[in-house]
Design a protein around this ligand. Structure first.
Ligand code: COA
Ligand code: ZN
Length: 311
């Protein structure tokens, strides 16, 4: 098998990236039900919610309650934060790590967090100081790392300057986010290779949206150049509120299906994650983009029947 025995970490982002962009507020109890199903399926790292301005993203206004109700222990809870206030709230609420988000372009950073990149980077100092004081890790997310909806191409140097700021500050890992789904396989390979040359030894995740249908091809390309961590969302939900025509993430169950068939070890139970995706679809009341939740696993048939996906 192509990537036999490669251990791949799936970072589940549906509860944050998906619920933040769902038009209606998803009730806290329903969010928690989905979070429990994901952890039961084997998810070990999750963007459980985000601590952001409730005026900016009202869908995330129950962040404290979601963190309080989420099962602890088995899964690292890594909520997203845009600033020091969010980082403090997240740590007070029991976050294991915080994901700080800054865009690689000024235009998107201004739209998303109302700060220039330089201003957000300056603010990092206090976030790192707080994290150190509390003994928490910081993950540095770089939005629009493969293209900006306002600016277009984002130069590699702008992405790597931001990565430098995160890594110099003490980030444990970073996320290269294709917030806009503008990446294609060669762009992924080029940026991943560039990143690994410039920052050898720094763990990184790829966060791949599917706005242009290239996300799974991008994931495969990333695997080919050694990537081993991916952000995915149950059912393929998700989208950035500040990207016109935002589209979903790679569906967790689709990625688990493909990775396991390629010989990778995800630690996730495909049947359970399919059932979780189907439950999510019932909760949200609309067909979701995920494919394997509809088609079922390849074989064996009894397994497909067990999760109700035979036709
Ligand atoms: N959590 C909760 N409330 C917050 C907050 C946070 N992290 N940061 C700021 N606030 C509150 C402030 O206390 C203030 O409240 P008040 O009006 O009751 O006094 C209000 O939000 C405005 O604060 P300010 O610092 O002036 O922020 P802003 O209006 O310039 O907005 C952000 C900046 C970053 C807070 C806002 O744009 C945001 O939350 N963006 C997140 C976007 C996002 O999640 N995108 C998708 C994920 S990539
Ligand atoms: Zn996203």
């Amino acid at each position: 098998m192509e990537f036999a025995r490669r251990k791949v970490l799936i970072r589940e982002v549906g509860p944050r990236d998906g619920f933040q962009s769902w038009p209606d507020f998803v009730p806290t109890e329903k969010k928690l039900e989905v979070i429990r199903l994901l952890i039961d399926a084997g998810i070990r790292e999750m963007e459980t919610t985000s601590f952001v301005s409730p005026k900016a993203i009202p869908q995330m206004r129950d962040a404290v309650e979601v963190m309080a109700g989420a099962p602890k222990g088995a899964c690292a809870h890594t909520p997203l934060v845009p600033n020091l206030k969010g980082a403090r709230l997240a740590m007070d609420s029991g976050a294991d790590k915080v994901v700080v988000v800054i865009s690689a372009s000024d235009a998107h950073n201004l739209a998303n967090v109302r700060r220039t990149v330089t201003e957000s980077v300056t603010d990092l100092k206090e976030i790192f100081a707080l994290a150190k004081e509390r003994g928490k890790q910081v993950i540095g997310a770089m939005a629009v790392a493969f293209g900006c909806p306002y600016q277009g191409d984002v130069p590699e140097e702008d992405v790597f300057r931001l990565a430098d700021a995160y890594i110099a500050g003490g980030a444990a890992s970073v996320i290269l986010a294709d917030t806009t789904g503008m990446a294609t396989p060669w762009r992924i390979k080029k940026r991943v290779r560039g990143f690994r040359t410039r920052f050898p030894g720094t763990p990184f995740s790829l966060h791949l949206h599917n706005n242009r249908g290239t996300a799974m091809a991008n994931l495969y390309a990333a695997l080919e150049v050694g990537a081993d961590t991916f952000d995915t969302a149950l059912g393929g939900i998700g989208g950035c509120p500040n990207v016109p025509q935002a589209a979903g993430n790679l569906a967790t169950e689709d990625v688990v299906y493909m990775l396991e068939d390629l010989g990778c070890a995800t630690g996730i139970d495909l049947m359970k994650v399919i059932r979780a995706a189907r439950r999510l679809e019932a909760i949200l009341g609309q067909p979701l983009p995920g494919q394997v939740m509809k088609s079922g696993p390849r074989v064996p048939a009894p397994a497909a029947a067990a999760c109700g996906t035979t036709h």
